[in-house]
Structure formats: C-alpha cells, structure tokens
Design a protein around this ligand. Sequence first.
Ligand code: NAD
Length: 330
Amino acid sequence: MRTILVSGGAGYIGSHTVRLLLEEGYRPVILDSLVTGHLSSALPEVPFFKGDIADGLLVRNIVQDLGIDAVIHFAARSLVGESMQKPDLYFHENTAKTNLFISALLSAGVKRVIFSSTAAAYGIPEQVPIPEAAATIPVNPYGASKRMIEQSFPWLEKAYGLEWISLRYFNAAGALFDGSLGEHHTPETHLIPLILRTALGRQEQISIFGTDYPTPDGTCIRDYIHVLDLAKAHILALAALEKGVGSGVFNVGTGSGHSVREVIETSRKITGRNIPVLECPRRPGDPAQLVAEADKIRTTFNWSPGYSSLDQIIESAWAWHRKNPDGFPH
Ligand SMILES: NC(=O)c1ccc[n+]([C@@H]2O[C@H](COP(=O)([O-])OP(=O)(O)OC[C@H]3O[C@@H](n4cnc5c(N)ncnc54)[C@H](O)[C@@H]3O)[C@@H](O)[C@H]2O)c1
C-alpha cells in the first residue's frame, strides 16, 4: 500500500482527494496548518498533522515515521485579489515555502511530487482552448507564485532526481453527491458557491462582472471541472510517475466552457429558487474565456471527466450547500 502525504488535505480539493485516495487503496496522511482549511473536513481514520509545509523538521519526521512514498502538494494561498494587494505574502507562502517543503522532502528521500498549479499561470491567453505549450505570462502574483515553482522543478529534477507532475487546474467546482463534503472558502470568491448562497438567501444577489465580452451572451466563459474528476487526475498522475511516464505539466479541464449566465440559469433550474442578479462593469484582468485544451491528460493518463457536466457539478454543490448552509463547523 502506498502512503501519500497530502499537504493542504483539509482544504477543498485536498479533502476530496483524500476520500478518493482511500477508496483507491492508498494510505493518505494530511499535513495542514488550517490557515484556510477545516479540521472537520478530515476523517478521523486519516493521520492528521497540524503544521506548516515550511517546518522542515516536522516534514522529515512525518516522512520517516509514516514511510511516505509520494506527495500531493495542495497547500497554498489562492485569492487572486489578495495576491494583488499583498504580493510578498504570496511569494512567501506559495513560492518560498514550497521550495523549503520540497527541499525537506528530497532530504528525507521523497522524490515524487504532484503539484497544484493553475490556469492563472497562463495569464491572458492568446488562443483558446489553451494548450500546455502556450506562453505563461501571469497577470497576478498568485499565478506568478505558482509558475515560479513549475520553473524550479526541471532544475530539481536534474540535480536531485525529483519526479514531478504539475497539474494546471481550471475552475474546480462541485462536491460529494451525498452533500457530506464540499467547498467552504472564507471569503468565498468562486462563482458557483456564491450563486448557491444567493439561492439560499444568504446574500441578496449574484454580481455578473461584465456583460459585454465577445462571447455569445456577453459574459465570461470558464472551464468547470468537478472536484472528483480533479481528484482522479492526481491519482492517475501518481500512477503515471510510478510507471515512469516522466515529469511534466498537464492541464486539468474538460475542454469546453460555460458562461456566467449559463451557470446561473442551470442553478435556477436545479435549485428551483429565484436567483437575483446584479449586472456590474468588467473586472480588470478577467479574460473573456479560459478553457483548457485537455488532450494531453486524456491521452497520457487515459483520464476523462465523469462528473463534470454543468448539471452534475451544480447538483452536487447544491446538495452540499443545502445540507451545510454555514459550511464546516470548524
Ligand atoms: N479551487 C480552485 O478552483 C483552484 C484552481 C486552480 C488551482 N487551485 C490550487 O489548488 C490548491 C487547493 O485549492 P483549494 O481550493 O482546495 O484551497 P483551500 O484553501 O481550500 O485549501 C488549501 C489548504 O492548504 C492549507 N495550507 C495553506 N498554506 C499552508 C501551509 N503553509 N502549510 C500547511 N497547510 C497550508 C490550508 O489550511 C487549506 O486547508 C491550491 O494550491 C490552489 O492554488 C485551486
């Protein structure tokens, strides 16, 4: 049985990945500082270490005591707006701390890492769908902080034999279908949770930022990927490294997108609730369309999304929000 250290395993994507690792016969171990995560998202049977990825002593002890075979590294700050206000925080938390984390892992003998990267690494795309080979010119410190780690990997591979896969996620969304686990960020900035909070009457209206984009209905188009399909991509990436597929960067998206208005319409249909909207001007730095070219992950890992129709994403997210309108208790 493979033992996998999951940094950020008490966060949104990490907690869903931990569930899937268990189902697929792995032994997950969580390292999480709880800076944005939730202890109550973690299962009692999964070893949990409350601590920082930059704590090298703790990391080396976990590796030695639990026999870690590989790492899935989710832990990061991920608010684009906050990164514009406090770029130093993002280069410290995401770039510098990840570098310390990887150094500690390598010195303890762990050579396999799956890294959470982001479509924000591309910046404003020149072509859509976006292939992995597209230019990476981030337009915010969040995207830059992740891209810098990707740039360090080939050097660490050359010097120390690090085997790495960087997954560039597009828009993670959805939840477990039984409503027992889902998305709870504070502040929440993601479209689907904000729409469903509006459906629940927790906020008055949902703001649409920009209705004059060059898209069929004038609103921005994004590629939504169900969190369970995203979790599966990590497990296939681990297996690929074990099989010697080799290091590299992979987009994780469906290859097609939905507009903001489409997401709101589908949410109205699924919830049966009135969801008032407020049309606002564009936000600076929002590209009209962000859609992944997803051929590389499909062909290399034999991955395909199983839950990422807009209906499935919103049905599962609605199950979570309706059951847990206040999110996790702690
Ligand atoms: N949610 C998305 O749509 C999306 C899209 C692209 C990329 N990502 C990336 O995926 C990863 C997970 O995102 P999420 O939405 O689950 O975020 P999240 O905030 O829910 O989870 C991050 C987790 O990491 C922990 N953490 C943060 N800094 C830490 C540190 N220094 N030491 C230990 N633990 C720490 C937090 O407590 C939290 O549990 C992030 O790296 C994010 O940048 C997310």
